[in-house]
Structures are given as structure tokens and as C-alpha cells.
Ligand binder design. Structure first.
Ligand code: DOR
Length: 439
């Protein structure tokens, strides 16, 4: 734990009420201790933030960081480096690693690895199988239970009402669902068998596939008043359903790629656009945006799911689904804000404040005394393209290569320590295990 004091000077600071203050922020150890127009301190390490905007660090609530077992795609250190370059100071990671995170022992192993390797703060979901209800009830610490209702093989697939119901019926902790209907996917895969154009992926796992599963999750959540989070909402149909009928204990998220990419992406980047749930139409982009702006969708996650270029070159349908995201999500969304689609305060709310609230993560998501000093200074005056050679993710590619973006992080601070500074990474910094009040 650091006892350093930082003094961030002359920043444009985003305050919790969405207003900006031109001024200074002082940290002591891992906390913010003062926010004011001018702070004088001779002891603190000063950061000149003139011309830069200070935001609460991003909390990415859905990532796949591949350790243990799939480290040829990514590991906790390379993922951490990508996080800090993207202004992500905390992440919640998914259980489809090898071994699967379905027991306390597997969860403990991830926490131990993270304590040694992570430059940012971390939390790990416990994965549901049809058999591990006792583990789901007691696993700790965890943001919640991840259920793959579809798009997954092996024990992590929990795809029928019969298997889902006991998980919703017992316990109170948050359930996060990947909502795609597996029976429907299987049937449509047979219908479209033999087609090697990756664009068919979005037709196989179409809007109906997602809607059926989301309806089932909503039905069970309402029956048991069970805290439910719908991961990576991908269709206008789900957004419209949630607009009509979303009890207070249900939240939903969307990814930047489901807002900004659609089926036209296959022509340009082929299987690099392949993910689950697949990208949909331009009309779906629009409805998802509106749902986010209206508060029907609560927050943003990347679903960072790296695969190597060799794996992505295998040819559809032998290519794995998934794309990296932590390095580009904040500049992508801030570029949207600068171009008038939304405000900077909304981006910060969706990518930090609302996530902390939704998962009950204390002391995160705001720039105010007493909050953790997880911060990112971004440059909103200059544009830079996404360049493959600059990426930190081990997979070494991005679906957004060539996109000209503003809002790139200049300095990223985790727990009061500078971990990313104008391109340089300090690998000596250690993140901490997140706490979850809600579970
Ligand atoms: O596209 C995806 N890839 N969606 C998922 O749900 C899993 C992920 C992965 O782990 O590769």
C-alpha cells in the first residue's frame, strides 16, 4: 500500500454532479483527500494536468483475461497493461478459463495470481454449472454468478429452465447472464451449415436467439425477485423489452462494439468482427444507443475476449468468437461524446459510477474526498488512430484499428499510484481485490 501523496494540478475535473471544476486533486495513500480550485502542498508529487480532463477510473464489468489455461491469448499482466493504457482501473473477469472458475479453490487461485500480477483492481465471477449450487451460494469474494445460457460448451452451459430455476430460486447474490438460447442456436447452425461467410454468424445467432433467452432470465428473476444483470445486450428487441418491463433489481449493459459495429463490419474485418452475442444491424445500434441514453441500459462493458490472429484466420465456422476491448473502450466512447452523441459525464457514469453502484463496489466511481484514488487523465483535444503496433493486449489486434479517436488516457492512477504515464507503464504497482457490498 502506498503512502505517497499526489497533487494533480490544473485539471478539468469531472465532479459527481456531472459539472466540471478547473482545479486540483490531492491524494494520500490510496484515497482522494481534497478536490479544490487550488491546493498548496509542498510534500506531494505534482502532476501537471493543464489541458487534460480528470475522470474516475473505468470499471470494466465484463472481461475474459484467459489466465489460467489460455495464456497464449492473454494473461493477467498483458491484460493489466492494456487496461491501464485504456484508463481501466478495475475489472470483473469471467469464469471460462481452464480450469473453469466454478469452485472456491479455482476462485482463490485466480485471486492469488491477480495479487501477484495485476496492475489494476480485480474481481472474478463464479461460473454456474448444473451441479455447483453449493459453490455458487458460498463463493467469496465475487461480484456474482455468471450463467452462460448459450454460446458455450461443456459444464458452463446452463441452458434450460429446469437447470436455471434452482439457481434463481436459491440465494440472493447477483446473477449475470449471457442471454442467448442454445437450442435455437443449435437448430439454426444446422439450417445454415456449410456457409463460410462469417456474416452468417449474425444470422445464426440472431435477434430471436437473444430475445428468447433474455425473456427467460427476466421471467425467473421476476418470479424470485432475484438480482439480475443482463450482460452485453445486443439487440433492439431486448432493449425495447427492457424499456417496457424492467424491475428495479434488474440492470443491463451494452458493449461499445454493439453500439458502434454492425453486420457491415464483416465485409471490412471478416472474422475479427465475430463475437457472441454477434453484432447486429445498424437499426439495433440505434435502439441500443437510445436505451442507453434513456437509462434503460445501465452501463458499458467491453467483453474483452482476445483470440490470436492465427485462431481468427482459421476460417468460419472454425474461428473463435470474441474481440479485445479494454484498450479502446474509453476513447471510443469519449469520441462519441465529443462528436455530440452523449456527454462526457454520461460516459463516465456508464463506465464507472453506475458500475460501482450496480455491483456495490464501495468508494469507487467518483472524484470526491474519501473515494479511492483510481483516476484517469484524458486528452480531449487531440485525435490519434488505433494502431496495431501500439496495442498492449497479447492478441495484438483490435477491431477498431484505423479509427481516429480522441480522449486517449495520458495518465492512469490506481490506488494513488501512477501506473501509466504518457506511454510508460510502471509494472511495480499492484491492484487490489475488489469488495462487493451487494453480494
Ligand atoms: O464472443 C465471445 N467470446 N463471447 C463470449 O461470451 C465468450 C468470449 C470468449 O471467452 O472468447
Amino acid at each position: 500500500m502506498s503512502s505517497t501523496s499526489l497533487l494533480i494540478r490544473r485539471a478539468r475535473i469531472l465532479l459527481p454532479d456531472g459539472q466540471f471544476l478547473f482545479g486540483d486533486v490531492q491524494t494520500q495513500g490510496q484515497e482522494i483527500i481534497q478536490v479544490a480550485p487550488k491546493i498548496s502542498s509542498s510534500e506531494a508529487h505534482e502532476i501537471n494536468a493543464e489541458g487534460l480532463t480528470l475522470l474516475p477510473g473505468i470499471i470494466d464489468p465484463q472481461v475474459h483475461f484467459r489466465e489460467p489455461g489460455l495464456e497464449h491469448k492473454e494473461d493477467l499482466l498483458t491484460a493489466s497493461k492494456a487496461c491501464v493504457r485504456g484508463g481501466v482501473t478495475s475489472f470483473l473477469e469471467m469464469p471460462n478459463t481452464h480450469p473453469l472458475t466454478t469452485t472456491q479453490a479455482a476462485l482463490d487461485d485466480k485471486l492469488k495470481r491477480a495479487a501477484q500480477k495485476c496492475l489494476v483492481n480485480y474481481g472474478f465471477f463464479i461460473g454456474a454449472t448444473a451441479e455447483n449450487l453449493p459453490d455458487l451460494l458460498t463463493a467469496n469474494p465475487t461480484p456474482g454468478i455468471k450463467i452462460f445460457m448459450g454460446s458455450m460448451h461443456g459444464p458452463l452451459l446452463v441452458d434450460t429452465e429446469e437447470k436455471l430455476e434452482p439457481i434463481f430460486a436459491k440465494g440472493k447474490r447477483l446473477i449475470a447472464v449471457h442471454a442467448e438460447n442454445q437450442a435455437c442456436i443449435d437448430q439454426r447452425k444446422q439450417e445454415f451449415a456449410g456457409i463460410t461467410d462469417p456474416a452468417i454468424h449474425s444470422q445464426i445467432q440472431n435477434n430471436e436467439v437473444a430475445l428468447l433467452a433474455t425473456k427467460m432470465a427476466l421471467k425467473l428473476s421476476k418470479k424470485y425477485q432475484r438480482r439480475l444483470h443482463i450482460l452485453h445486450t445486443s439487440t433492439g428487441d431486448e432493449a425495447e423489452l427492457l424499456r417496457l418491463d424492467k424491475p428495479s433489481w434488474i440492470t443491463a449493459e451494452v458493449t461499445p462494439q454493439h453500439l458502434l459495429l454492425n453486420t457491415s463490419a464483416y465485409e471490412k474485418i471478416g472474422t475479427l468482427a465475430q463475437m457472441n452475442p454477434p453484432v447486429k444491424s445498424a437499426r439495433d445500434n440505434e435502439i441500443l444507443w437510445q436505451a442507453l441514453l434513456d437509462g434503460v441500459i445501465d452501463f458499458i462493458a467491453t467483453d474483452h475476449a482476445p483470440h490470436t490472429l492465427a485462431e481468427k484466420a482459421k476460417g468460419y465456422p472454425n474461428t473463435p468468437s470474441g474481440m479485445p476491448g479494454v484498450e479502446t473502450s474509453l476513447p471510443l466512447m469519449l469520441t462519441q461524446a465529443i462528436q455530440g452523441k452523449c456527454t462526457i459525464a454520461q460516459v463516465s457514469h456508464w463506465m464507472s459510477t453506475a458500475v460501482a453502484q450496480g455491483y456495490g463496489i464501495p468508494k469507487k466511481g467518483a472524484i470526491a474526498p474519501g473515494f479511492d484514488a483510481d483516476l484517469v487523465l484524458v486528452d480531449l483535444d487531440n485525435y490519434r488512430p488505433v494502431l496495431r503496433e501500439e496495442l498492449m493486449t497479447k492478441c495484438g489486434w483490435s477491431p477498431f484499428e484505423g479509427w481516429n479517436l480522441t480522449g486517449w488516457p495520458v495518465v492512469t492512477i490506481v490506488g494513488g499510484q501512477i501506473v501509466f504515464n504518457r506511454g510508460e507503464i510502471n509494472s511495480e504497482v499492484h491492484g487490489q481485490a475488489l469488495k462487493f457490498l451487494a453480494t
